[in-house]
Design a protein around this ligand. Structure first.
Ligand code: ADP
Length: 172
């Protein structure tokens, strides 16, 4: 049984087992949610990321949460939107699927996702949200240690989109 929640706010302050970062292929930090996570976690996060040697688009890798309340950060690399005919949908689904797989391998119970690729990578928000919710539901249905998934929306627009996709029985 899993619980899908939708909230508006800052993913860096959440008390969950793992937060997911919308990283880039270098894993060496960037703007947006990536910058916010590195600032909140402290410089040790960059040291851990350096040791990972980058990450391919559609894949994910895990570090500790350093100074965050979350025990882990799962760094997922979403695709840059190039019009939709360059495998963007499958690569975005890959991020969510890999993050859920890694979480299950670690025995993680609660995980929070930002809206991967929908910032500077320009993936259309509605399309990205549909992929995110579908992929996470499918992963949870396969059986997993993950019991709580939180979709963290930074903008009101994303929040409305996710609320519509996750009807009230799935909300707290
Ligand atoms: P990408 O490069 O994958 O598009 P961005 O960081 O530019 O990544 O944006 C991804 C999403 O993260 C956007 O919806 C953005 O509004 C959101 N975001 C930015 N800062 C935060 C934060 N502190 N907590 C949660 N979401 C955030």
């Amino acid at each position: 049984m899993h619980d899908i929640r939708v909230m508006k706010g800052d993913i860096t302050v959440l008390d969950v087992d793992a937060i997911v970062n919308a990283a880039n292929t270098t894993l060496l930090g960037g703007g947006g949610v990536d910058g916010a996570i590195h600032r909140a976690a402290g410089p040790q996060l960059l040291d851990e990321c350096r040791a990972l040697g980058g990450c391919q688009t559609g894949e994910a890798k895990i570090t500790s949460g350093c100074r965050l309340l979350a025990r882990y950060v799962i760094h997922a690399v979403g695709p840059v939107w190039k019009g939709g005919h360059h495998g963007e949908d499958e690569l975005l689904a890959g991020c969510y699927r890999r993050a859920m797989d890694i979480a299950a391998q670690k025995g993680i119970c609660s995980i929070a996702f930002p809206c991967i690729s929908t910032g500077v990578y320009r993936f259309p928000k509605q399309r990205a949200a549909s992929i995110a919710v579908r992929t996470v539901r499918d992963a949870a249905a396969r059986g997993s240690s993950v019991k709580t998934v939180v979709f963290v929306c930074f903008s009101e627009e994303d929040y409305e989109i996710y609320l519509a996709l996750c009807p009230s029985p799935e909300r707290p």
